[in-house]
Write a protein that binds this ligand. Structure first.
Ligand code: ZN
Length: 297
């Protein structure tokens, strides 16, 4: 297809073919169209540049092309996919959802086998199949140490797990590791949570989905906090650590007393706080205090 033909019409796009393609430039066009499934403004300049790198033609050209195809229309400064474009968006979304439901059990299986490197490989391969190299539901680009940290969850021994049966501990570790691996958090339906976990977490006073979610959340948070502390202790650049609450509403007195305070690394209180009485458990996080060159000297 010539440049002129592309620009001045005649280039009828095959939406169904693009939505089913494994070619990223082709997929990207429907992914972009899906962004306008509900009325939306154009992307920021920076994002348009990122899109332009993967689309077959620059971002602005693609928008024009979509309008010419009758796939996109503008009203009130916003763009929206037309009724004739919606089936391609639907087709693309279904295909993306199928890809997600195919990879999740594979990652779970790798984690069950304690192979966190394999699990991270699966995540990376999944994300690299996405047109922009990222999925809309996963966390930020994982650090090099990511799979090693996920692994620590699978082997953690901590008072957070006191009073739980071996079976429940194993299940919670898998749940926490899975979420940590993906950098995403999700709640489960009660029927997806084993009876032992339901019974053993009943004392928390939270509905079972919440109780399991926050217990797993705390386990991953413990591993991340511990890593932050070790990194600060071993480095020369950070002298102080700040303690920050995930959310500031309804903090127990112990958490409220520490939230927002910073400490010399060696004197930083250990998290989670044993005396915490927050309903979801202690959700305090360490944040290295980055000092400017002047104040650090
Ligand atoms: Zn608390």
């Amino acid at each position: 297809m010539s440049f002129l033909k592309k620009l001045f019409g005649g280039a009828a796009l095959d939406g169904s073919k693009l939505a089913a393609s494994t070619d990223k430039a082709e997929m990207a066009q429907i992914e972009l169209l899906a962004h306008f499934a509900t009325p939306n403004a154009l992307h920021s300049d920076g994002d348009q540049t990122r899109w332009s790198r993967i689309l077959p033609q620059p971002y602005a050209e693609t928008i024009k092309l979509f309008e010419k195809q009758g796939w996109l229309q503008m009203s009130g400064g916003k763009y929206q996919a037309t009724a004739s474009a919606q089936p391609f968006v639907e087709q693309y979304r279904k295909r993306q959802a199928a890809d997600k439901s195919a990879v999740l059990p594979k990652v779970r299986k790798a984690l069950q086998g304690k192979d966190t490197s394999e699990a991270l490989e699966l995540r990376r391969a999944y994300e690299s199949r996405q047109p922009l190299g990222i999925a809309d539901w996963t966390g930020p680009e994982p650090q090099l140490s990511h799979s090693a940290l996920t692994r620590r969850i699978l082997f953690m021994q901590h008072w957070l797990l006191d009073g739980l049966s071996k079976e429940s501990v194993e299940w919670l570790k898998l749940y926490a590791a899975e979420q940590h691996l993906w950098g995403a958090n999700w709640k489960l339906k009660p029927e997806e949570i084993p009876d032992s976990v339901q019974t053993e977490l009943a004392g928390s006073g939270l509905p079972v989905s919440e109780a399991a979610y926050w217990k797993a959340y705390q386990m991953a948070l413990y591993v991340d906090n511990h890593e932050t502390w070790q990194r600060c202790k071993g480095g020369d650049h950070v002298r102080r650590i700040e303690i920050k609450a995930l959310q500031t509403e309804n903090l127990c007195p112990a958490c409220a007393a520490l939230n927002g305070k910073d400490f010399l690394v060696a004197r930083t209180p250990e998290l989670p706080l044993k005396e915490c009485t927050c309903p979801q458990g202690c959700l305090l996080r360490y944040e290295p205090v980055l000092e400017s060159y002047e104040t650090a000297n």
